[in-house]
Design a protein around this ligand. Structure first.
Ligand code: AMP
Length: 112
């Protein structure tokens, strides 16, 4: 079981900021910006390479919900960045698809 599944089952604590039937969002334990949450499906999709067409509707709703989460966390107006790290070069560390939502400070481009 992934660490994010354990959080979804309330076996590990996390600061949950948004929850729906099949996905939820919680504060990243090692924040890289004043606002840093992870938007995560409750069932494991093992990274983008493990996604299938049947996941598209769920992934789409997660993206649509990101604007409400950004609003709730006070960064909808100032701006925010969504990130999916895929694979070793991108720094992916948890093999359970998740979208980072980062905001609350100006960010550089290109990312490091
Ligand atoms: P990634 O490197 O893209 O796979 O992102 C994994 C993220 O999960 C990292 O930013 C970690 O800080 C975060 N993370 C790992 N364990 C926990 C946890 N128990 N609660 C909240 N965030 C976590």
């Amino acid at each position: 079981m992934t660490i994010f599944e354990k959080i979804a089952r309330r076996e590990i604590p996390a600061a949950i900021v948004h929850e729906e039937d099949d996905f939820f969002a919680f504060k990243d334990v090692n924040p890289q910006a004043p606002v840093h949450v992870l938007i995560v499906p409750k069932r494991v999709i093992p990274g983008l390479s493990g996604s299938v067409p049947g996941d598209a509707e769920l992934l789409g709703r997660m993206l649509v919900a990101s604007k409400e989460i950004a609003k709730k966390l006070g960064v909808a107006e100032s701006g925010y960045r969504l990130v999916i790290n895929h694979g070793a070069d991108a720094g992916e560390s948890v093999p359970h698809l998740h979208i980072h939502l980062l905001g609350g400070r100006a960010m550089a481009w290109p990312p490091g």
